[in-house]
Write a protein that binds this ligand. Structure first.
Ligand code: PEP
Length: 236
């Protein structure tokens, strides 16, 4: 089964989310699993077709942490998943892999499915250390409490996110092969790996059929029905 996750970032409204869930419910079939990761203010329960997730959770369980939202609070809305370690939150909150691992642990402890994002910058890629950064990202961001299949890895080359850049299919295949081997070595042979960065209705079919690509994480093209529904349809 393939997974298609949308990341709405700081966009959308509750009405737009209700509308998107309706539209997805009309086209989704049993062979794709859909998730929408939305701003905290829009969190709600999903339905049989759509899982709803947050875009981050606090490292803390509660207390004097102004501006934070705990994993338990997210779960209490009916949401069932969360992104952690997205490149934008890594940048804005100065999160290292160790911080991402704590966030993922809080998610797991509170019955949320973490989608743990890893990826290399263009500087790292050009310096020839892209694969090292990604392997370290996986090894260091997955918490010790993780179980096989109890989390998802999203590989997002940071130089391609939001820029309309699609890497060569062979580059995606190569990185997913390395991530697959890393996860297998860690005892997570059944943990899915998503590809994310500038996925569209035009390129989703080719990307999702690459070996070791278990689904896609979609940013900009997940916001509007006319972009996201064709992605779901073309991925089938
Ligand atoms: C993302 O930010 O997770 C993402 C994949 O963005 P985009 O699809 O817009 O590149």
């Amino acid at each position: 089964m393939k997974i298609i996750a949308g990341n709405w970032k700081m966009n959308g409204s509750r009405a737009a989310l209700d509308d998107m869930i309706d539209a997805i419910s009309r086209v989704a079939t049993g062979d794709v699993r859909i998730a929408l990761c939305v701003p905290y203010t829009m969190l709600r329960a999903g339905n049989a077709a759509v899982m709803i997730g947050a875009q981050n959770v606090s490292k803390f369980d509660g207390g004097a942490h102004t501006g934070n939202v705990s994993a338990a609070m997210v779960r209490a809305t009916g949401a069932v998943a969360t992104l952690v370690g997205h490149s934008e939150t890594r940048d804005e909150l100065h999160d290292k892999n160790a911080d991402v691992s704590i966030r993922a642990a809080r998610a797991i402890e509170n019955d949320l499915l973490p989608i743990i994002c890893v990826g290399e910058t263009d500087t790292e890629r050009d310096a020839g250390i892209g694969t090292d950064v990604v392997v370290r990202g996986v090894r260091e961001s997955v918490p010790v409490c993780a179980t096989d299949g109890g989390f998802i890895i999203a590989y997002e080359p940071r130089w391609a996110i939001g820029r309309g850049i699609t890497p060569d299919m062979s580059d995606i295949e190569n990185m997913h092969k390395i991530i697959r081997k890393t996860l297998d070595d860690m005892g997570f042979a059944n943990t899915p790996i998503l590809y994310g960065a500038s996925v569209t209705a035009q390129n989703v079919h080719d990307i999702i059929n690459i070996k070791n690509v278990d689904g896609v994480l979609v940013g900009g093209a997940s916001l509007k029905k006319q972009d996201f529904i064709p992605i779901i349809e073309n991925a089938k």
